[in-house]
Design a protein around this ligand. Structure first.
Ligand code: TYD
Length: 209
C-alpha cells in the first residue's frame, strides 16, 4: 500500500507519519518511511538544491521529477513489490500544488512529466492536511528558519492550497481530507480512524483488526 501525506508548509503533516508507521507495524506490516524531494542519496542532494538555490519553475519541476524518478525506482517500487507499506511525506500532488499552483507553472508539462516518471505507480491513499495559510504561517514562524518555499507569502500558499483542493476534487476516492486546524491529538485521531476505514476498504492485511 502506497500512502502519501500532503498539505501546505506548517499544516503539521510530518508529526503524523510516525503514528501511521506505528499503526501499521502494530498490525505486523513492514513499513518504509520516506519523503520527497528525497528518499535516496541522489534525490536528497537534489532536494538541497530545490530548497535552497534560486531557479526558474521549469528547472524546479525537472529537479523534483528527477529526484522522484530515482526514488520511485530505487525505493518505492521495490518496497511495494515486497508488499511493504510505503509512507511518503509528499509526492506528485506537491508538484501540482507548489510548482503548478504556487509558481503558476504549466500543468500540461507537469502531467507529461508525471506520465514519464511514474505513470504506472500512483498512491492508493493521500492524506490532505488542510489549514488556512494564515494558521500555517503562524505555526511556521514558531519553528525554524524558512527555506525557499516556506519564505513565500500568503498569496503563494493560498494558490498552493487551492491547487491541492483541485487535485482532491478531481480524485475524491484517493484523497482523505484532514482538518489540521484541530489539536494534534484530535488530528491524530482523525488520521488513524481514516486509516482503519481505508485499510479495510482496500482489503489490506492487518486492516481488518
Ligand atoms: P517539507 O516536506 O515541508 O519538509 P520539511 O518539513 O523538512 O520542511 O519540505 C519540502 C518542500 O518542498 C515544501 O516546501 C514543498 C516543496 N516541494 C515542491 O515544491 N515540489 C514538490 O514536488 C515536492 C515534493 C516538495
Amino acid at each position: 500500500m502506497f500512502i502519501t501525506l500532503e498539505g501546505i508548509d506548517g499544516a503539521g503533516k510530518s508529526t503524523h507519519l510516525a503514528a501511521l508507521a506505528q499503526w501499521w507495524r502494530a498490525r505486523g506490516r513492514e513499513v518504509v518511511l520516506t519523503r520527497e524531494p528525497g528518499g535516496t542519496p541522489l534525490a536528497e542532494r537534489l532536494r538541497e538544491m530545490v530548497l535552497h538555490d534560486a531557479m526558474d519553475a521549469l528547472t524546479e519541476s525537472l529537479l523534483v521529477f528527477a529526484a522522484r524518478r530515482e526514488h520511485v525506482l530505487r525505493v518505492i517500487e521495490p518496497a511495494l513489490k515486497r508488499h511493504d507499506v510505503v509512507l511518503c511525506d509528499r509526492f506528485t500532488d506537491a508538484t501540482f500544488a507548489y510548482q503548478g499552483g504556487g509558481r503558476a507553472f504549466d500543468r500540461a508539462v507537469l502531467l507529461q512529466l508525471e506520465a514519464w516518471v511514474h505513470g504506472h505507480c500512483q498512491p492508493d491513499l493521500t492524506f490532505l492536511f488542510d489549514v488556512p495559510p494564515e494558521v500555517a504561517q503562524e505555526r511556521r514562524a514558531a519553528v525554524r528558519q524558512p527555506d525557499r518555499f516556506e519564505a513565500q507569502n500568503l498569496e503563494f500558499f493560498t494558490r498552493v492550497r487551492q491547487a491541492y483542493e483541485q487535485r482532491r476534487l478531481a480524485q475524491p476516492q484517493r484523497f482523505a481530507l484532514v482538518d489540521a486546524t484541530a489539536s494534534p491529538e484530535s488530528v491524530a485521531a482523525q488520521v488513524l480512524a481514516i486509516m482503519q476505514e481505508r485499510a479495510q476498504a482496500l482489503g489490506q492485511p492487518g486492516g481488518a483488526r
